[in-house]
Design a protein. Structure first.
Length: 126
């Protein structure tokens, strides 16, 4: 498993982005937090096929209730990634295998590393 950050590094009701790369995965991910739970997704809007964070690191709507696509305003449920408002209604974000253990957030993959920026985009997450 790849350690991404401590739980405390993600403020409650917020999200943080990560870039990971390995032999079968090169992707931008986001991890959102609500209380002591974390939710991970590929940072890619299913409608616009662009990053959700139009402004780097800005993933949440103004109320901190939904993940938000800065390109066209779609909103996604934090717990399930389903689009609840916007042009991709009925679609969902691709889940990433995130695990919280002993106060540390992990990506449940052994063949990847954190990088500053990915060199390509590929994913076997779904």
């Amino acid at each position: 498993m790849l350690a991404l950050c401590s739980l405390d590094a993600i403020p409650d009701g917020d999200a943080r982005g990560f870039a990971v790369e390995g032999p079968r995965l090169a992707q931008r991910l986001l991890v959102a937090r609500r209380g002591d739970r974390v939710y991970g997704y590929v940072n890619l809007c299913p409608h616009a096929l662009s990053r959700l964070d139009f402004e780097p690191g800005e993933f949440m709507d103004d109320d901190g209730r939904y993940l938000y696509c800065g390109v066209h305003g779609a909103q996604f449920g934090l717990e399930d990634g389903n689009c609840v408002s916007g042009p991709c209604l009925g679609q969902a974000l691709v889940a990433a295998p995130i695990v919280l253990r002993d106060g540390t957030v992990f990506l449940d993959r052994d063949d990847v590393a954190l990088v500053d920026e990915i060199s390509k985009v590929m994913s076997d997450l779904g």
